[in-house]
Design a protein around this ligand. Structure first.
Ligand SMILES: [Fe+2]
Length: 193
């Protein structure tokens, strides 16, 4: 299996001012591209060569896990983003589940924001669902993904510094606060349903 760098579902400057075209060029064109190249170099001859990406992440460790995890994480991240919208909020079955489980979208946002801002070092904040459709907010370090816990990844925020340092310097909370404007809840709900 030879992995390809995904095409972005938005134009490079379409997420501005939340995320600049410069950050997208580095994050997608350099960081993600490096993970893709690394995995394509590591897979040949390994037991994971013919497995789908999610299964590689579930079963591997070391360099293969780190690069496969970062590809899966970034694909999910970039594919859930769209042009900014001020009144952006969840839709469909997922909107109902968020209200039922957290009380309101505002409460959910607060809890998720705390998870994303307090995660120590590099990693990802996740919204994931279990087999019963219950929602979980997770803090996961480095390249980890909810599939390693048997959960389905729905929405994520990348808190590696490369995701925000060009635009926000050290102000991770400001970046997280702005991210809510560019989440594509149609896509996130599709993952849940
Ligand atoms: Fe990233």
């Amino acid at each position: 299996m030879n992995y390809q760098l995904i095409n972005l579902p938005f134009g490079a400057s379409e997420l501005e001012p939340v995320i600049s075209a410069e950050t997208i060029a580095l994050h997608h064109g350099k960081h993600l591209a490096t993970y893709v190249n690394n995995l394509n170099n590591l897979l040949p001859g390994s037991e994971f060569e013919e497995l789908p990406l999610e299964e590689i992440v579930e079963k591997s460790s070391g360099g293969i896990f780190n690069n496969a995890g970062q590809i899966l994480n970034h694909n999910l991240y970039f594919e859930q983003l769209q042009a900014p919208c001020d009144d952006n909020c969840p839709v469909g079955k997922l909107a109902t589940a968020i209200d039922e489980q957290f009380g309101s979208f505002e409460v959910f946002k607060e809890k998720f924001t705390t998870a994303a801002t307090t995660l120590f070092g590099s990693g990802w904040a996740w919204l994931a669902s279990d087999a019963d459709g219950n929602l979980h907010i997770l803090q996961m370090p480095n390249a980890d993904n909810p599939v390693t816990k048997g959960l389905k990844p729905l929405m994520t925020m990348d808190v590696w510094e490369h995701a925000y340092y060009v635009d926000y310097r050290n102000r991770r909370p400001d970046h997280i606060a702005a991210m809510w404007k560019i989440l594509n809840w149609q896509e996130i709900n599709r993952r849940y349903e």
